[in-house]
Ligand binder design. Structure first.
Ligand SMILES: [Zn+2]
Length: 343
């Protein structure tokens, strides 16, 4: 069983709502609803059908405009923002080209298979470690990675049901897309690649409100899967220039521009720390063990630093290949264990 999750719908005002699942650790994302008159635009679905249905029911109780969801925006292609799409499959579902590609690469069925494989490996116990070491010796690391990744991922993700069919966006865009919801102007702006290969934010200029997707994690370490980190930093500077008062992050409580400044500071500090060690010739694994981010100690999910430093090292090398997600989860699992030992 995971920790308790507090789910709530917040009326931001003027027909705009935010749905939060706090504190917002792995898989527990936020979403939004933008309405004007009878028209509606849903910003993201959730990690499975059950929690998405629960959210839609809450929205329907709050406003008649939620009875029929006309359009959906997926801010990016991670499952915790898209796997509930099957419940709104009749709607126009909008995402960046990168969002579509990421989701096509990692549909819910893939998570389901990985979870099943993880449970098999867990049941094998010490035998899996022995076989893993034999395979490692001939350069096949998948089993070791799966065994380690499962220790972190199974308890986190067993709370979700990945049996849903993955419904992909049916309308894509690049850079920017302007929409009207009733008379309300809504601007979708692509800032990625950063967190993933196609991150978009949803801005309502008239209401000074921004839904960031996972360009912003509040009170948690962000996870930089794709990078380059410099792109994410540029995007945050761009958002800080805009006329915005209320910000709905991808995970964590509602905030304002201070939330953007915090994550900007984190990315700048971590980039500097990683760069120093890269220039000094440290390996990425040595750098991860050496870096201390004590000023962010109160933030959730500190193990994400593992993935973030790997992404920074790829940035420094000018390597824009995709991250090995299984290897990253294995490394984050090791890091979480190490942190437990030190605390
Ligand atoms: Zn997310």
């Amino acid at each position: 069983m995971g920790a308790a999750v507090e789910k709530s719908l917040h009326e931001i005002g003027n027909g705009v709502f935010a749905y939060t699942q706090l504190p917002g650790s792995w898989g527990w994302s936020n979403a939004g609803l933008i309405t004007d008159g009878a028209e509606s635009l849903l910003v993201d679905t959730l990690f499975d059908e059950k929690i998405t249905a629960e959210m839609l029911a809450t929205m329907r109780r709050a406003t008649p405009a939620a009875k029929r969801i006309d359009r959906v925006v997926n801010t990016h292609g991670n499952g915790d923002h898209c796997y509930g799409n099957s419940l709104v499959a009749d709607a126009q579902i909008i995402g960046t080209v990168g969002c579509l590609e990421d989701l096509r690469e990692s549909p819910a069925s893939r998570n389901r298979l990985l979870m099943r494989a993880g449970r098999v490996v867990r049941a094998l116990g010490p035998a899996a470690r022995v076989i893993g070491r034999v395979l490692d010796a001939v350069g096949i690391h998948k089993l070791s990675h799966l065994a380690e990744a499962s220790e972190l991922a199974l308890p986190l993700f067993e709370q979700f049901d990945f049996s849903c069919e993955t419904v992909l966006p049916n309308r894509t865009f690049r850079d920017e897309l302007k929409l009207k919801v009733g008379d309300k102007e809504v601007v979708l702006m692509e800032l990625g690649p950063a967190h993933t290969s196609g991150d978009a934010v949803v801005w309502i200029p008239g209401d000074k409100t921004l839904f960031t997707g996972d360009i912003l994690f509040k009170d948690a370490h962000p996870v930089v899967w794709q990078g380059p980190v410099s792109n994410w930093i540029t995007g945050l500077h761009q958002l800080l220039q805009m006329d915005i008062e209320t910000i709905v992050p991808g995970h964590g409580p509602l905030t304002d521009k201070s939330g953007l400044r915090e994550i900007l500071h984190y990315l700048e500090v971590l980039s500097g720390e990683a760069r120093k060690r890269y220039n000094a010739g440290m390996t990425v694994e040595e750098a991860i063990i050496d870096i201390r981010l004590s000023e962010f100690d109160r933030w959730l999910d500190a193990e994400r630093m593992y993935t973030n430093v790997h992404t920074l090292y790829r940035d420094f090398r000018g390597d824009n290949t995709q991250p090995d997600v299984l290897a990253m989860f294995a490394g984050m699992s090791r890091m979480r264990k190490r942190m437990r030992k030190h605390n």
